[in-house]
Ligand binder design. Structure first.
Ligand code: 5GP
Ligand code: MN
Length: 335
């Protein structure tokens, strides 16, 4: 994979491009796809944004989201567009299988592939150009850098700022995680010059849920919370029954895992949700405990040091029990 500087000259000739990100795109994945989209369109490129799956409805206010194609819904169209693309931008994921059913088509595509991502251990051999930097707060921050470093700072407008701010805000936990560097604040200051309204973005993302989602969280905190004080760990297992009872949709469970770390002294939070296809884990930690390594070792997953995910084919009870066994090995590390 060549460094992104070598790619910049290609921006100056209009190309047929596809932009994609990981399945179930979050604020950072959707924000970086759309931020890059609004940038490339200004440069005259013919751009299609394809999401591997659907996404949370709380992202549906984002500028340009109405043009995003859901691969699962429009497979044939998506495959045709992928096959005729000259450049594919892969954002906010490190391994192709994070695009679920798009993986084989991205693999087969003969065009130029560009990676822009901040996860650990990227699959570098797949990409022609890219940036992989775990020191970056978000992929949106990296898209900001790309625009600024490629000499097109003047193209940053309200749409781009709105999209990029969204991902920077969500991936930094509203500017609280250690990844919130001086560069993050400088980037936001530059974005803010466009005059976009950051308060509205915060409301759109965080104050946009159903009553039943709040009741679901209340129920989970009351009845599903398991605090393992000897390991400074808190866990929660959410059943399919609860997902159905409270009409929980994609995105409604986002942020739930963070409650676990609000308990004094808790360093490791683990949430598992009984999805149709798999049991999906979300891991969060504070300080030195590396949940990326934990997820890779035990639950076929990965991510970042303090935020990672994983999966299991076992039942919800089995995978929760397995977790409680495994955690015993980490007693020392978690003190
Ligand atoms: P979340 O818990 O919010 O779904 O994910 C936390 C972080 O871990 C995100 O950066 C996400 O991209 C990453 N992640 C989540 N699930 C997986 C997985 O199954 N495999 C890998 N490699 N990363 C994951
Ligand atoms: Mn991200």
């Amino acid at each position: 994979m060549q460094s992104i500087q070598h790619f910049f000259p290609l921006l100056d000739q209009p190309r047929k491009a596809v932009i994609t990100a990981h399945q179930k795109p979050d604020g950072d994945a959707m924000g970086s796809m759309l931020g890059l989209y609004h940038f490339l369109v200004q440069l005259g490129h013919d751009v299609t944004v394809i999401s591997p799956t659907n996404w949370a409805s709380f992202l549906n206010w984002m500028p340009g989201v109405d043009k995003v194609i859901d691969f699962e819904n429009k497979r044939e169209l998506s495959v045709n567009i992928i096959n005729s693309a000259e450049i594919i931008y892969c954002l906010d994921f490190n391994i192709l299988h994070r695009t679920r059913n798009m993986e084989t088509y991205l693999e087969k595509a003969k065009c130029i592939k560009v990676l822009i991502d901040h996860h650990q251990q990227p699959q570098e051999e797949v990409f022609d150009y890219g940036i992989s930097d775990t020191g970056k707060s978000s992929t949106c921050e990296m898209i900001f850098d790309l625009i600024a470093n490629s000499g097109h700072d003047d193209k940053i407008n309200k749409e781009i700022a709105t999209c990029l701010y969204t991902g920077i805000m969500t991936d930094t936990g509203s500017f609280r995680f250690p990844s919130t560097t001086a560069s993050v604040h400088k980037a936001v200051a530059r974005l803010k010059e466009t005059g976009f309204n950051h308060s509205v973005i915060h409301e759109n993302i965080y104050d946009n849920f159903s009553e039943s989602r709040l009741r679901f969280i209340g129920n989970a905190l009351l009845y599903k919370l398991d605090v393992l004080y000897e390991y400074n760990t808190a866990m929660m297992a959410i059943s399919k029954y609860d997902l159905i009872k409270y009409e929980i949709k994609t995105g409604d469970t986002e942020g739930l895992v963070n409650y676990l770390l609000t308990i004094e002294g808790i360093k490791f939070g683990a949430l598992v949700i009984d999805r149709d296809e798999e049991r999906k884990w979300s891991f969060r930690s504070k300080g030195e405990f590396d949940v990326n390594a934990f997820a890779r070792t035990h639950f076929e997953g990965g991510g970042h040091k303090n935020a990672a995910g994983g999966r299991s084919d076992e039942t919800l009870d089995q995978t929760a029990r397995k977790f409680k066994q495994i955690i015993k090995q980490y007693e020392k590390e978690l003190q």
